[in-house]
Write a protein that binds this ligand. Sequence first.
Ligand code: FAD
Length: 142
Amino acid sequence: MRRHWAIVGAGMAGLAAARRIVAAGHDVTVLDKSRGIGGRMATRRAGDLQFDHGAQFFTARGAPFSEVVAALVTNGQAAPWGDQGYVGTPGMSSVAKGLAAGLTMVGNQEVTALRRGPQGWTLATGEGSAAVDGTVQVGIDC
Ligand SMILES: Cc1cc2nc3c(=O)[nH]c(=O)nc-3n(C[C@H](O)[C@H](O)[C@H](O)COP(=O)(O)OP(=O)(O)OC[C@H]3O[C@@H](n4cnc5c(N)ncnc54)[C@H](O)[C@@H]3O)c2cc1C
């Protein structure tokens, strides 16, 4: 049965999980409290300055992630770094953007509570969020 899942956090873990869920034939919405995606793989800007504030490089050891990284390299979103590693190009955010392609992303949404109701789960988001009514209604299977 097709279900609608919510993922809290658009870092590497959340994006990888979302891709698996979509590949399994379900719908998914990824929420992040930040405006951008990538979490600790994000590229930040300060005026003219651009910098990766977390991971400097990453490796791909397993075949499934190696295939993902090969696609990122083909798309110009990652490049080999040193002997065994890779780096996002032009910054680490490109890796997250590549992983997020085709996913439904909602930024500026800090999830503050999970509430179970008769129709499924409601994810409550903080004040100042971009959601129309302050909540995002999703039914998740758990
Ligand atoms: C300085 C530094 C250097 C590093 N160097 C390397 C390296 O060289 N190689 C390497 O492989 N790894 C490195 N790492 C580790 C790597 O960056 C992390 O392990 C990885 O990015 C973590 O991914 P994650 O998805 O688990 O978490 P995160 O990237 O932290 O993502 C979590 C996301 O959840 C969001 N979030 C949290 N709470 C909420 C909420 N309530 N509602 C909505 N959204 C929420 C956050 O905004 C964030 O985007 C480094 C990390 C740091 C900090």
